[in-house]
Design a protein around this ligand. Structure first.
Ligand SMILES: *Cc1c(COP(=O)(O)O)cnc(C)c1O
Length: 416
């Protein structure tokens, strides 16, 4: 059982002083007096990034040039980093690579999964999925080379159970809902999908690096996710895809680029996929961005995911307790039950956009998701209990003073 949330600011500070993860904060650059509750959108910069990226640019690129593909290990990076991330996913080596974006990796995974279930014609997803997942499912089903149907939980049926049947080829689910922060039971759902003879693709964008995952133990078929959220890989850092060993030899996808070829430097005329996970690569990887992931994974060295999860739950618990105490009228849409919660807390509030803007001005960075969700992410590597306490005080002040009456908080920016 987690200990009860601290009930004074002093108790928060005391909790932070004895926090076994407390020292990890120093591995990141967090601007002074900023409370950064948006690590679920873009993680902060690891302190070592400046030096390592500078070395990558000045020495590997500037001085050693093309030789670095061999001498600096550039060529192997997608696979080496894939194995490092695989360890966080609970996947044994040779099952994950870092490449492309989550959107592209989902496209590849969908094609591979549909190809593994050629006699079935339905893909199921949640109507409230992150839009790119829905858009990619649309594109992948339309390019399947045979008629496929997309069925949406919450639109075409009330639940997965209502939609899952003998026609289901693939189920695509987000482990943590980007809006509500609700966490799905990966073990139970994966088993249920398998019992129906279908395959599952888990989008772990909002759980990789902050929730314990068990790719192998739960016999997950595919995982995709990004590296710039809780993994702190940097803006637009490439994504990952994990494919269970058992599927790899038969899993194919249409983005048959040369990096997925069995022998990219043999320059053959026809495509022969790599025997293993490298068949999910496509083209030349963005080395400088990959180096950002490398540094970010170094910053996680020595961290137990179980400890991260425990602290994450303590932080979200504290946030919920304080919001409930100070602002009982607010509607928290994130589940109160720890087992059903990711690492963020979301509040539905019709003036949410203006409130988030006003909080940013006061040094608390959260974000807003249309139509009315204020989102606060709690990355346990660098967020302190005292930060949570202070953030709620500032939220309460913004609500109490009705900041939304000031039109300057209502100007919509391109990225919310
Ligand atoms: C952040 C996020 C993405 C991002 O996709 P990109 O292609 O990397 O931009 C996809 N799916 C979910 C659920 C996300 O939260």
């Amino acid at each position: 059982m987690p200990s009860p949330s601290p009930d004074t600011r002093e108790a928060c500070v005391a909790r932070d002083l004895s926090d076994p993860l407390g020292a990890f904060r120093d591995r990141f650059v967090i601007p002074d007096r900023l409370i950064y509750l948006d690590g679920n959108s873009l993680g902060p910069m690891p302190r070592a990034a400046t030096e390592i990226l500078h070395r990558t640019i000045a020495q590997e690129w500037g001085r050693d040039l093309i030789g670095s593909w061999n001498s600096a290990g550039w060529f192997d990076m997608p696979v080496r980093l894939g194995d490092r991330i695989g360890a966080l996913l609970g996947a044994g080596p040779g099952q994950a690579v870092v490449s492309d974006t989550t959107s592209i990796n989902l496209f590849k995974a969908l094609h591979a999964a549909m190809g593994l279930r050629p006699e079935r014609d339905v893909v199921i997803a949640e109507a409230g999925s992150f839009p790119t997942d829905l858009y990619i499912i649309e594109g992948a089903t339309k390019s399947a080379g045979r008629p496929m149907q997309r069925r949406l939980i919450g639109a075409d049926g009330a639940s997965l159970d209502a939609l899952l049947d003998q026609r289901t080829a693939v189920v695509v689910l987000s482990h943590v809902d980007y809006r509500s922060g609700a966490l799905l039971d990966m073990a139970t759902i994966t088993r249920k999908v398998h019992d129906a003879g279908a395959l599952v693709i888990w989008d772990v964008c909002h759980s990789a690096g902050v929730v314990e995952l068990a790719f192998d133990r739960h016999a997950v078929d595919f995982m995709v996710g990004c590296t710039y959220k809780y993994l702190n890989g940097g803006p637009g850092s490439p994504a990952f895809i994990a494919v269970a060993k058992a599927h790899q030899a038969a899993a194919t996808h249409p983005l048959s680029g040369w990096w997925g070829h069995a022998a990219p430097f043999a320059f053959e005329r026809d495509f022969h996929p790599d025997a293993g996970i490298k068949r999910f690569l496509c083209g030349t990887p963005p080395i400088i961005s990959l180096r950002g992931i490398d540094v970010a994974l170094d910053a996680l060295n020595g961290v137990e995911l179980a400890a991260l999860r425990q602290k994450s739950l303590a932080l979200t618990e504290l946030f919920i307790a304080r919001v409930t105490a100070l602002l009982p009228e607010l509607k928290i849409v994130t589940p109160r039950q720890a087992a059903l919660r990711g690492s963020q807390v979301s509040i539905a509030f019709d003036k949410g956009y203006a409130v988030v803007q006003a909080m940013i001005e006061r040094g608390v960075i959260g974000d807003f998701r249309a139509p009315d969700i204020m989102r606060f992410g709690f990355a346990p590597l660098y967020i302190r209990h005292a930060d949570v306490w202070d953030a709620v005080e500032i939220l309460a002040e913004c609500i109490r003073t009705k900041v939304w009456r000031d039109p300057r908080y209502d100007r919509k920016l391109a990225v919310t």
